[in-house]
Ligand binder design. Structure first.
Ligand SMILES: [Zn+2]
Length: 553
């Protein structure tokens, strides 16, 4: 199985899942029928938090790791659109909120044109971005699955064994809790369409019908219509309460792995209930990371935008919004390289988080293409991270690597992307014969660098290359150094290393000053300030403009 230290977490999970399936006859039979079914679900009640995106990438990586081991695996994400609107939505008018409260999201009109319903609108805000995140998921609607009858068998089992379901609640939450005293099913009222206002009173297991009432007494926040009567619970006429539903989905879909945020895994929380019901009522082994009654551990929090965003918006930003802070592929890389049980707080504002992320990505890429050696173990790790992070087919040649900081420098020197590409060719960053695909890759990076400079970068990375030599005070020795530097730049083609060495020769041997004074003088002339980006690459990028400024003093 290989060394645990070296194996990527997704491969470790895949190994664990395979081993469990091999040992468990129920799961083995299930996998023979439906393959390794990796599942996740989300209620589309509004903007979906970036934290859920972590789960989608985790499930996607587990499915890919299983496929890489030759297993038939798929990742399915379901929209829990049978859940009702249970608090007013900002996107709906006051009248609509009153009209639709208590009704499943799939039967509420979309607040924006072009979507089938309210649920689809919020779900697709996220899933439309999946290609950019490299998330390969089959999408489902839980409501549609109810309609298709996928859960009919589980509905009958749960209602026939209602006492067992109630016992689970009673043991965990006490005998007085509502769920310990009612049938585990919510009918969708055929008259008013609400699902939150009905109470299932009796189950006739022969007729397979439920007697229910739609009333004001069920929840405080939604009013029922008073309708009552017998109804079949099947084919979309209602749904399980959520914790029971979680358990019911596992045998109904044949779920082998489904994790969730750690808030679901608290002691006695929803996962605890679901695991018990899965075992006690459905005789189905709960999916990884759970094992029988043992829930296992959910994944840790993921916030983007840091404290600044979390405090201004309460719970932080939405998944769809996250691409405003870093390219989706970089966020995927961040999630793939971090173990699910480690907290991630990615803060782009005035921190080095983005620079580091790009540097780490580039390092993994160099290791993957054999251009950097970090030692055997680390090489294996980095290669796998790169493979699982990469979106689409990995190119046969390493794309040109322009560090984010250098890209940011270039976008501040040149007026157009084409000029930058031309310059990168001159400086040897882009070699002859580089594919169009690779050049586009560089352009993408330049695009983000531009955004980064404008919105996130610390002051030290921002500058303005002067149009004419500023009125700065330099002493005679500094002036001599600057003039010599201009001359040297004209004389020949330099590379970064030889130019850097030349700074020291010019300062000490020709001008008789400390190199530091030369640097200060150069930045003053070029940028009208005492510090700036690394001088050698900067001068090579801005050569013509720099020479003119130097000669003008
Ligand atoms: Zn009703």
């Amino acid at each position: 199985m290989g060394d645990l230290d070296v194996n990527h977490w997704a491969d470790q999970i895949a190994d664990e899942v395979i081993e469990r399936v091999e040992k468990d006859s129920v799961l083995k039979k299930q996998v023979a029928k439906t393959g390794y079914f990796i599942y996740d679900e989300k209620t589309p009640s509004g903007v979906i938090h970036i934290g859920s995106g972590r789960g989608w990438v985790i499930h996607d990586a587990i499915a890919k790791a299983l496929k890489d081991k030759g297993k038939k695996a798929r990742f399915v994400l379901s929209s829990d659109d049978m859940d009702p609107l249970d608090k007013p939505s900002k996107e709906l008018s006051k009248e609509d909120n009153e009209k639709y409260i208590g009704i499943p999201f799939r039967y509420i009109p979309s607040p924006v044109k072009g979507y089938k319903n309210f649920g689809e609108y919020y779900f697709r805000q996220c899933t439309d971005l999946f290609p950019r995140f490299g998330i390969e998921a089959e999408l489902e609607s839980t409501g549609e699955e109810y309609e298709k009858g996928t859960f009919n068998k589980a509905i009958k089992t749960a209602l026939d064994n209602a006492d067992k379901v109630q016992k689970v609640y009673a043991e965990l939450y006490g005998e007085d809790v509502a769920a310990a005293n009612k049938l585990p099913f919510n009918v969708k009222c055929p008259k008013c369409g609400k699902i939150a206002t009905t109470l299932a009173i009796e189950w006739d297991r022969k007729k397979e019908e439920i007697y229910f009432e739609c009333s004001d007494k069920v929840v405080e926040w939604a009013k029922g219509c008073g309708h009552k009567g017998w109804i079949s619970p099947y084919n979309g006429n209602g749904k399980f309460p959520w914790k029971v539903e979680w358990a019911a989905k596992w045998p109904s879909k044949g779920v082998i792995a489904e994790t969730a945020g750690k808030d679901h895994f608290t002691k006695g929380g929803s996962r605890t209930i679901a695991c018990r019901i899965s075992v006690d009522v459905f005789n189905y082994p709960p999916p990884y990371p759970s094992n029988g009654y043992y829930t296992g551990q959910g994944y840790e929090f993921f916030t983007v935008g840091g404290k600044k965003m979390s405090t201004s918006k309460g719970r932080g930003i939405g998944f769809a919004e996250s691409v405003n802070f870093a390219p989706a592929k970089m966020l995927r890389f961040l999630l793939i390289r971090t173990r699910p049980n480690a907290v991630i707080d990615f803060d782009p504002y005035g921190t080095n988080d983005i620079i580091l992320l790009y540097e780490r990505y580039d390092t993994a890429e160099r290791v993957y293409f054999g251009k950097q050696d970090l030692g055997e173990k680390e090489n294996i790790k980095q290669k796998r991270i790169y493979e699982l992070s990469h979106i689409g087919k990995i190119p046969t040649q390493m794309p040109p690597q322009i560090s984010l900081v250098h890209a940011a420098t270039l976008v501040q020197i040149f007026d157009s992307k084409d000029d930058i590409i031309e310059n990168l060719k001159q400086t040897g960053h882009i070699k002859k014969g580089t594919t169009k695909e690779s050049i586009d890759y560089v352009k993408d990076r330049l695009d983000f660098a531009e955004k980064w400079v404008k919105e996130f970068a610390d002051e030290q990375y921002r500058f303005e290359l002067q149009k004419k030599a500023p009125d700065v005070k330099l002493d005679a020795k500094q002036v001599k150094a600057i003039r010599t530097l201009a001359k040297k730049l004209r004389e020949k083609e330099w590379d970064e290393k030889s130019l850097y060495d030349e700074f020291y020769n010019i300062a000490r041997d020709e001008a008789g000053i400390e190199p530091k004074e030369l640097f200060t003088a150069a930045y003053l002339v070029l940028l009208n300030r005492e510090r700036g980006p690394k001088l050698a690459p900067f001068l090579l990028a801005a050569k013509e403009k720099a020479i003119k400024l130097f000669e003008a003093i």
